[in-house]
Design a protein around this ligand. Structure first.
Ligand SMILES: C[S@@+](CC[C@H](N)C(=O)[O-])C[C@H]1O[C@@H](n2cnc3c(N)ncnc32)[C@H](O)[C@@H]1O
Length: 250
């Protein structure tokens, strides 16, 4: 199940999307953190950290950040873990990982959400921040999340959702579609940064509705599946892998 159909003028098929997205983030990587700071008014770190805590991340858990990019969620995981427990990040973009390695002291791996480079039942907590739109297949990604989590393991997916109200949609289009790409160009001087942020809104606008995402998470075998929304657009999807007696981490 695709998170969205092909974006006109960007690529024609799944292989084209994978290549386009990898190039997009490799080229945009040096600018990503600056755009995050300015474009989201410095709120991103606290938002990610609070979401991790609400979803049940605790010191001592082994945590995986899928689509870690420059390490925004990974950094917040390390703070919550306070040195107790393993923290790993995985991302297909070498450019984004190079930025992450400059400032985040975690274990980083190259890989895709749909085929994670980890054995079964390897983590207690898995998060993905603002990258669900980029996977090729939601069901495959959620099946992988279920596979690498231990019984009882927690899932958190942060994503921007297309607003449900008319006013919300008008305001979001004004900011994310009409202003943010230009602001990104101005503050970085980079056309790659502008393209990265144009594509950002294009995929939010085209993305399948939240109910479809909730059903896919449930369909992959997660229980207590929920969605919390802030400001009408910031979605936090959560779920838990069922506990099977006798297979809990000691
Ligand atoms: C918008 S960035 C999000 C970075 C970070 N998680 C955050 O919260 O800021 C999206 C990331 O998804 C990664 N990505 C793209 N396709 C992916 C895939 N199929 N599996 C995992 N990550 C992917 C990109 O390389 C990029 O680093």
């Amino acid at each position: 199940m695709r998170p969205h159909e092909s974006i006109p003028g960007r690529y024609a098929d799944d292989a084209g999307k994978r290549q386009f997205v990898r190039d997009l983030f490799n080229r945009g990587a040096p600018h990503y953190d600056r755009i995050g700071q300015v474009g989201f008014f410095g709120t991103g770190h606290l938002h990610r950290r609070r979401a991790l805590e609400r979803a049940g991340l605790r010191p001592g858990m082994d945590a995986l950040d899928v689509a870690c990019g420059t390490g925004a969620v990974t950094r917040a995981m390390l703070e919550v873990q306070a040195g107790k427990g393993r923290v790993c990040g995985v991302d297909p973009s070498e450019g984004m990982l190079a930025e992450a390695r400059k400032s985040v002291a975690a274990e980083f791996h190259v890989g895709h959400a749909e085929s994670l480079p980890f054995p079964d039942q390897n983590f207690d907590f898995l998060a993905m921040g603002y990258a669900l739109r980029h996977v090729a297949d939601l069901k495959r990604a959620f099946a992988e999340y279920h596979r690498v989590l231990r019984p009882g393991g927690r899932l958190l997916i942060l994503e921007i959702s297309r607003p449900q109200t008319r006013l919300g949609l008008v305001l979001s289009r004004l900011y994310f579609r009409d202003l943010l790409p230009g602001i990104s160009w101005l503050i970085t001087g980079s056309r790659d940064a502008r393209l990265m942020m144009s594509y950002y809104w294009e995929t939010i606008d085209a993305c399948v509705p939240p109910q479809t995402i909730l059903e896919a998470i449930h369909g992959a075998g997660f229980q207590a599946v929920s969605r919390q929304v802030e400001v009408g657009i910031f979605s936090a999807y959560a779920g838990q892998k069922p506990v099977e007696p006798g297979t809990q981490k000691p």
